[in-house]
Design a protein around this ligand. Structure first.
Ligand code: DC
Length: 231
């Protein structure tokens, strides 16, 4: 696999396990910097949704590879809400994309090396001036090994389940803490244990345990690191 990037655009990678706060932290840090965002998990989720749409089993590597390589996706802004809308083959999948089922299915297709390889160029294409904050599992290890700053966020499984529980409850979705704890532990094991680009901190990543920190505290710490690395 080609692991070298050729761009000179600065990239900050934010990797970590499910519900470690990567999405929120990435968005807030990118806002402060005025940089672009890559939500790489969304691409794996989209492959999983496309697989369902075309009745392809989630372990059928030969069929999933071309699906991932030619994913027909568009990100648009809803004029009323100002929110980002995701269209897969022209169909609005914004809600489906965020479901727990979709996250688990994404973790399954993400085990397949051919799928990961097929998504590589698409992920790197997000790299545009003035810079990119990339959120995922292998951003610092595989997709952007030359990133100027690599962060690896962690938090206890209990804390992550609790955060996810509150998020889903706010959205009016019925879940139990026990169920979430089991799901997160299972997803962690799959993401860390797979052979292809497993979830692991890059050797040169700054690791931050966010269990006892607020979102603002995490962003402030990362901002301080940016001041050092980007100047
Ligand atoms: O970050 P997320 O929950 O949207 O990611 C969904 C799944 O996709 C995650 O469990 C593993 C996979 N994934 C991956 O393997 N590599 C990435 N860079 C991002 C996500």
């Amino acid at each position: 696999m080609n692991t070298k990037t050729t761009t000179t655009v600065p990239v900050i990678t934010i990797d970590g396990p499910t519900a470690s706060g990567k999405g929120t932290i990435t968005r807030l840090l990118a806002q402060r910097l005025g940089w672009h965002i890559l939500d790489s998990g969304a691409l794996y989720r989209l492959v999983a949704l496309a697989a369902h749409k075309h009745s392809i089993p989630l372990d059928d590597a030969d069929s999933l590879q071309p699906l991932a390589a030619h994913l027909d996706v568009e990100f648009a802004i809803d004029e009323d809400s100002g929110e980002i809308v995701t269209l897969l083959e022209g169909e609005d999948v914004t809600q489906d994309l965020r479901s727990e089922t979709c996250g688990n299915d994404a973790s399954r297709v993400a085990q397949i090396a051919m799928v990961r390889e097929a998504l590589l160029a698409r992920q790197r294409a997000f790299c545009e001036t003035p810079g990119l904050v990339a959120d995922g599992r292998d951003m610092g290890t595989v997709v952007f090994p030359d990133a100027v700053l690599k962060i690896f966020l962690t938090a206890s499984v209990e804390e992550r389940a609790c955060r996810r529980y509150n998020q889903l409850k706010d959205k009016g979705l019925g879940v139990t803490m026990r169920g979430l704890l089991d799901e997160i532990a299972e997803r962690d094991a799959r993401d860390r244990g797979r052979a292809a680009s497993p979830l692991v901190a890059a050797e040169d990543a700054v690791q931050l345990d966010t269990s006892e920190l607020t979102i603002d505290e995490v962003v402030d710490r990362l901002w301080s690191l940016c001041q050092v690395r980007l100047n």
